[in-house]
Design a protein around this ligand. Structure first.
Ligand code: NAP
Length: 306
């Protein structure tokens, strides 16, 4: 396989990776940003109302698209290749993608996080047959139908609000009697006439005729008749391909210091793959910028970097 030496490899093209790409391009280093097939987690959101600079909010795809265009306008280069494994043991950091192999002086890991699933009977069987983790992707299939959203965080209530405009009824199923979502989202949900709450319940199984979901069996013994179920119970970092190469915490998040440095010199991480705490697009973008600034300093201080 060909091995071109680049100054900086940025793995991931969500808010963290794109901010890093903008800063790296402007600093004049030879950086390449890797985009995977899955797209950013942010692209599964509908409207982003808390990203500073957009008084009326901004559509998530528009925000990501603008960030990417801004990066391209600054000279950033992108490669569509999913990085499957890495070797950070030597001075040159090796990245093995699905289609090629790359060598870099420094790396910014910005792979984000992906949806967590319940792991209950019927979940695998009814994925793409009624069970989904993305209302903006699959909501349109449930026009005029009854659906459920599982979870009690910002994602769950955002999905419920989005789906309330499409489905005839949305039931939010949450395992506790209180939501962890922000007050603003809770207030908006409470104002929606076609959103019902099912508190203190957990789905026990997804059921149907084998071809389409028709109900959710609940832990308390009840049954919810729905044709769609949207699982919104949080996310896990996309770091499996890094195991053994950089230090991860018990939850699989990349460990960094306050300057986005991992335990491997020249390897930095930013965004949701390294942030179990805030998990906000604005925080990811800020840390992506910081990681690119640190990578630039590392490359400058490294001499020829071989
Ligand atoms: P989250 O805040 O971790 O919430 C996950 C929810 O799922 C919790 O309510 C949790 O219940 C529930 N849950 C977890 N495991 C479960 C299980 N096995 N069975 C049933 N329920 C389960 O995740 P999130 O809502 O995806 O949000 C992640 C981050 O993104 C947060 O920082 C959030 O603020 C941010 N976000 C922001 C927006 C926005 O518009 N600003 C939108 C989406 C996400 P408990 O409450 O009982 O733990």
């Amino acid at each position: 396989m060909a091995q071109r030496l680049i100054d900086l490899a940025i793995i991931g093209a969500g808010p963290a990776g794109l901010a890093a790409a903008i800063y790296a391009a402007r600093s004049g280093i030879d950086a390449l940003t890797f985009e995977g097939m899955q797209g950013s987690q942010l692209s599964t959101t509908d409207l982003v109302e808390n990203y500073p600079g957009f008084a009326e909010g901004v559509g998530a795809p528009e925000l990501l698209g603008a960030m990417r265009r801004q990066a391209v306008n600054q000279g950033a280069k992108f490669e569509m290749d999913e990085i499957e494994s890495v070797d950070f043991a030597g001075g040159r950091k090796i990245l093995r993608g699905m289609t090629d192999e790359y060598a870099a002086r420094s790396v910014v890991i910005a792979t984000g996080a992906r949806a967590r699933w319940l792991g209950i009977p019927g979940e695998e069987q009814y994925k793409r047959r009624g069970v989904s983790a993305c209302a903006t992707c699959d909501g349109a299939f449930f026009k005029g139908k009854e659906v459920a959203v599982i979870g009690g965080g910002d994602s769950a209530l955002s999905e419920a609000i989005y789906l309330s405009r499409i489905a005839s009824k949305v039931t939010v199923v949450h395992r506790r009697d209180r939501f962890r979502a922000t007050e603003a989202l809770q207030k908006r949900v409470a104002e929606l006439e076609n959103v019902a709450l099912c508190m203190g319940e957990t789905p026990a199984a997804f059921e149907g005729d084998g071809r389409a979901l028709s109900s959710i069996a609940l832990s308390g013994g009840g049954r919810l008749e729905v044709s769609g179920a949207f699982v919104a119970i949080g996310h896990e970092p996309v770091t499996g391909f890094l195991k053994g190469s950089v230090a991860l915490d018990a939850g699989g998040y990349v460990k960094t210091d306050s300057r986005q440095m991992t335990d491997v010199p020249g390897v930095f991480a930013a965004g949701d793959c390294a942030d179990p705490l805030y998990r906000q697009a604005i925080v990811a973008a800020g840390r992506g910028a910081a990681a690119a600034i640190e990578a630039y300093s590392f490359i400058q201080n490294q001499g020829d970097g071989k």
